[in-house]
Design a protein around this ligand. Structure first.
Ligand code: KG4
Ligand code: ZN
Length: 333
């Protein structure tokens, strides 16, 4: 099946053409326009600004993705319909509906969180199931039990802030700018192995549930930052923050693996681009003989290729007349 996919849940506008089946998926084109540089001026995402940029970018990005592709070869139009920001979602969903109607193609509605996990199907061979999914993005930190492609169960996750949100808030406290994840990673790299050891907590790491909590880390970062001035200390604190999040994610993933005995661990979402977190999860999975999949960095953050992959893995046909955005959609639905 060949799919034109559209992604517009937050501050990225993306379109892609992907082709394949459950045994392997090929990316024909993948284009992403981001308004994060504009958002950086405000220190975070302003939903109205994000929606306005979606309107501006959606048609040019789709045109780019379709360059050199014969429309007749496309079997379906796919779109992320949630979770996300209402104003941003509306642009992608209404555009996808219009195209499906005008071209007389099937419309497939995709859960954005399932799409993040589906970015692991670009590798060959594809993941063996059952798997544990670890979704770490700006809005979610979830552990899901993927029994098969149609049977997902939420088994744990954050009780408050998402991992990406924690990176964004800590970066703001440290004056490192937005988006916080790449900024913290850069500062941590510059610390060159030095960090302020054990000044930050590892929230809920000894709790025997699969739950996590990241909101306390922001306050802890602010407290230690006030006590330890100087650029070098800021970099070392950023390094310890990155380490703290990696410690918690590796421990909770290990607990999920011990409880469920999956064949694979599928990591996904913007935070999966983090070097330290990739290394730590890979070491942990290899030590426990679990196949680990983490998308290439360019497919960790929001993109449309992953939306096309999800549509191929789970081709849920939508009714064009009634499909609307679902801003609060959950990871296992
Ligand atoms: O998946 P994503 O692009 O959008 C959502 O669905 O939320 O994730 C965005 C989040 C942001 O919080 C951003 O700071 C974080 O991913 N992020 C990172 C890195 N790159 C992006 N966090 C840690 N390390 C990174 N290298
Ligand atoms: Zn996302």
């Amino acid at each position: 099946m060949r799919v034109l996919a559209i992604e517009s849940t937050c501050d990225e506008t993306a379109a892609a053409v992907v082709d394949g089946n459950r045994k392997g998926i090929e990316i024909i084109s993948s284009k992403v326009a981001s308004s994060s540089e504009i958002q950086a001026k405000y220190g975070g995402i302003v939903p109205e600004v994000a929606a306005r940029e979606q309107v501006r970018s959606v048609i040019p990005v789709i045109k780019e993705a379709l360059e050199g592709v014969d429309k007749k070869t496309i079997d379906a139009v796919a779109v992320s319909y949630g979770p996300g920001l209402m104003g941003s979602l509306l642009i992608g969903v209404e555009t996808a509906k219009s195209l499906a109607l005008a071209w007389n193609k099937k419309l497939i509605n995709v859960n954005h969180l399932e799409a993040h996990i589906s970015a692991n199907w670009f590798r060959s061979p594809v993941p063996d199931l059952p798997a544990i999914g670890l979704i770490i993005s700006g809005g979610h930190s979830d552990l899901v039990w993927i029994h098969d492609l149609n049977d997902w169960e939420w088994i744990g996750g954050t009780l408050d802030d998402a991992a990406g949100e924690a990176f964004d808030k800590a970066a703001r406290v440290l004056g490192l700018g937005y988006p916080g994840g790449p900024a913290i990673q850069r500062a941590a790299d510059e610390a060159e192995g030095e960090r302020l050891p054990d000044r930050l907590p590892r929230p809920m790491i000894h709790d025997d549930s699969l739950n996590m909590s990241f909101s306390g880390l922001k306050a802890a970062v602010a407290k230690v930052a006030a006590e330890t001035k100087g650029e070098k200390n800021i970099r070392m604190l950023a390094a310890d923050f990155n380490e703290a999040v990696a410690d918690v994610l590796a421990k909770k993933s290990l607990m999920a693996i011990a409880a469920k005995k999956p064949r694979s661990l599928l990591v996904a979402g913007g935070v999966a681009a983090n070097k330290k977190i990739r290394e730590r999860l890979t070491e942990m999975a290899e030590a426990h003989d679990v196949d680990i999949f983490i998308p290439e960095i360019k497919y960790c953050g929001d993109n449309a290729a992953m939306v096309g992959a999800a549509a191929i893995l789970k081709p849920r046909e939508a009714n064009i007349a009634v499909l609307g955005p679902d801003p609060n959609l959950q990871s296992a639905k």
